[in-house]
Design a protein around this ligand. Structure first.
Ligand code: PEP
Ligand code: MN
Length: 362
């Protein structure tokens, strides 16, 4: 697959003068909703209409999708607007139904990409068709697993391929719903430069206010397109309400985007620098988030100390932290003086936090 230009032919055939836009609701809810959104999106630069029919939910009891009936609504939306229709498939049965209803684009969801058995089953069910298939990244940041999913489809003879970057799940709370880990997608792009790469800022951010910024970041990294969840009444959506935008907002987001020219030979240096800076920014953002989480724990300790009437400053504990961090710093080739300064500052901030907690309670 490495240098096979065929994998991006489908995208070039659209002959777009702008990045590819895939938009539509997280879930198809009713026929009216599907048709109303589709008609509104037809007024924007949307080429592919998306709607989830079968919804993978983290816990049972939520809305699990309308099922096969939704495929009929999408057929109607296609008749009325001419947009291509896309759904998520998670098993061979979904594929069969999607094929029967002339769905044009199938995507494999993050919870399915993690499972090679499921991806193989989908690949086998699609063999011999010429559908466009997009593979979302797995929920965990595992590049090999993502590539493996694409390869299973390619080996089944599917050539109209692409990937969707929707971010990765983390245990730590971050400002993202799924952290982007851009360097992983960049590495994928470097290994398979012909494979179209589409960013899904809706699932990366989980918040509609952040979609513009993350979409721009993706374009700055030469992504081929965007998948943005769009709903006629986002706040009332049956799934992923917080991250959906109205068709009007989508139009505005697309209008605000700055599409830069792909870098030419002479720009290789700047391009490299830009990518490295992005990785630094990512680590700096994580540092701030980690420090925030650390201080929130310090606050909790402050409450306990107050309840038990214990002094804030515990010298023995502080000394042992410092020794441990000096040893850890050495392993990471960080200077001892730097570690001392850093942890003095962190410790001071912890004390300030605990003092604030205590003062507030008095
Ligand atoms: C979706 O696109 O609505 C979806 C369920 O996405 P993901 O697989 O990225 O969670
Ligand atoms: Mn969704």
């Amino acid at each position: 697959m490495e240098n096979n230009i065929e994998v991006r032919r489908w995208l070039e055939d659209f002959n777009l003068s702008h990045p590819l836009v895939i938009a539509g609701p997280c879930s198809a809810e009713t026929e009216e909703q599907v048709l109303d959104i589709a008609k509104q999106l037809k007024q924007s630069d949307v080429t592919i209409y998306r709607a989830g029919i079968w919804k993978p939910r983290t816990r049972p009891g939520g809305f699990e999708g309308v099922g096969a009936i939704g495929l009929k609504w999408l057929q109607k939306a296609k008749e009325e607007t001419g947009m291509l229709m896309a759904v998520e498939v998670a098993n061979a049965h979904h594929v069969q139904l999607a094929l029967e209803h002339d769905i044009d684009v199938l995507w494999i969801g993050a919870r399915t990409t993690v499972n090679p058995f499921a991806v193989q089953e989908i690949a086998d069910a699609l063999a011999g068709t010429d559908k466009i298939v997009l593979v979302k990244n797995p929920v965990n940041p595992d590049l090999a697993l993502w590539i493996g999913g694409v390869e299973r489809l390619y080996n089944a003879g599917i050539e109209k391929l692409g990937v969707i970057h929707r971010g990765f799940s983390t245990y730590e709370k971050t400002k993202y719903r799924n952290i982007p880990e851009w360097q992983l997608a960049i590495e994928l792009h470097e290994r398979f430069p012909n494979l179209p790469i589409i960013c899904d800022p809706s699932h990366i951010t989980g918040k509609r206010d952040m979609i513009q910024q993350v979409s721009q970041q993706a374009l700055d990294l030469n992504y081929d397109g965007l998948m943005i969840e769009t709903h006629n009444n986002p706040d009332k959506a049956w799934s992923d309400a917080a991250q959906q935008v109205t068709p009007d907002t989508l139009k505005q987001i697309l209008k605000n985007l700055v599409v830069r020219h792909k870098s030419v030979e002479g720009d290789a240096f700047n391009d490299k620098l830009e990518k490295l800076r992005l990785r630094i920014d990512e680590y700096d953002t994580k540092l701030i988030e980690i420090l925030g989480n650390r201080m929130r724990i310090a606050d909790e300790i402050g409450v306990i100390k107050k309840e038990n009437n214990v002094a804030i400053l515990q010298n023995r504990r502080w000394k042992s932290i410092l020794e441990k961090m000096k040893a850890g710093g050495k392993e990471e080739s960080l200077g001892e003086e730097f570690i001392l300064q850093l942890f003095r500052a962190i410790h001071q901030e912890s004390i300030n936090h605990q003092q604030n907690v205590i003062n507030k309670e008095e």
